[in-house]
Design a protein around this ligand. Structure first.
Ligand SMILES: Cc1ncc(COP(=O)(O)O)c(C=O)c1O
Length: 287
């Protein structure tokens, strides 16, 4: 079964999908994106992802060429065409094709690209064992709340983490934790969840919003406040959250074991609540 792509009105197998080399997404990273996943074949929290896509696009003055209904219909069609069990849907929206010049082109039409990729069945192995993470300097720009295509600093940090045997880099700016390269970060101290507050320094994760709401509903105190790197190293539990990883415990930070067992009690409670939420909203089994 081929992976399906959608480019500006046309579905095709991904190998046949092309965009112009003058696309500003390629030339400048001048675009925004979203990643959505399915459970039971249905996209989880699609409205939240489309809202964020619209606000990212608004923040960089890229007109969104499709209505909510049109996005939904296209995503449904892509999922049907892909026929995978569960999919990751990547949506990319760029300022369009124009001769290379920094200024916004006066007449470019935004480019819409989507891919529908299979999510391999893992049985949640990583989520049970936890993963190693390292802290690294956050070298990104000042508007990380925009889900922009400019991911070079994330790519470099993720590679550095991987070279150090870790799965994620937790980024630190001016001594304070921001987020992971592709995740939000929570620590647990004395039974409370602590996570950096929303700001220009981090993405307002869809998973973050769901998880924090579920935690509060389950009687867990959630503190959204600044977290120092030093506080991170003293955490009882540490976990990463995001669309693709769901709730992922960190087993070692900079080579040092985190807490007494993985997953810790609070992490497990949050994960269980998240899984119940997925099941009730989509009818699909969590990953
Ligand atoms: C930098 C960054 N932070 C946080 C997240 C988590 O966001 P979400 O839960 O919406 O997937 C992601 C997801 O890709 C990300 O790239």
């Amino acid at each position: 079964m081929p992976t399906i792509a959608y480019v500006n009105g046309h579905f095709s197998p991904i190998e046949q999908a092309t965009i112009s080399i003058e696309d500003r997404g390629f030339q400048f990273g001048d675009g925004v994106y979203e990643v959505v996943r399915t459970y039971g074949g249905g996209a989880f929290r699609l409205h939240d992802h489309l809202s964020r896509l619209e606000s990212s696009a608004r923040a960089v003055s890229i007109p969104v060429p499709l209505s909510r209904t049109e996005w939904e219909a296209l995503i449904r069609e892509g999922l049907q065409r892909s026929r995978y069990g569960e999919c990751l849907v990547y949506i990319q929206l760029t300022r369009g094709v124009a001769p290379r010049a920094h200024l916004f082109p006066s007449s470019a039409k935004p480019t819409v690209v989507m891919t529908f990729q299979e999510i391999p069945e893992t049985g949640g192995a990583l989520q049970r064992q936890g993963v190693p993470a390292v802290t690294l300097s956050d070298l990104r720009w000042g508007r990380c709340s925009i889900k922009s295509l400019n991911l070079l600093a994330n790519v470099l940090a993720k590679q550095e983490a991987s070279d150090a045997g870790a799965l994620e880099a937790i980024l630190v700016k001016d001594g304070l934790v921001t987020e992971g390269c592709s995740s939000n970060v929570c620590l647990v101290k004395d039974g409370n969840i602590v996570t950096p507050p929303l700001s220009d320094q981090l993405l307002a994760g869809v998973t973050r919003a769901v998880v924090l709401e579920l935690a509060r509903k389950n009687g867990i105190v959630v503190e959204e406040r600044e977290v120092s790197e030093e506080e991170l190293t003293r955490a009882d539990e540490l976990f990463l959250i995001g669309t693709t990883i769901e709730v992922l415990p960190v087993s070692r930070l900079n080579g040092v074991p985190v807490g007494e067992r993985v997953p810790g009690t609070v992490t497990q409670a949050v994960r269980d609540a998240f899984q119940r939420c997925i099941l009730s909203e989509t009818g699909g089994e969590p990953g």
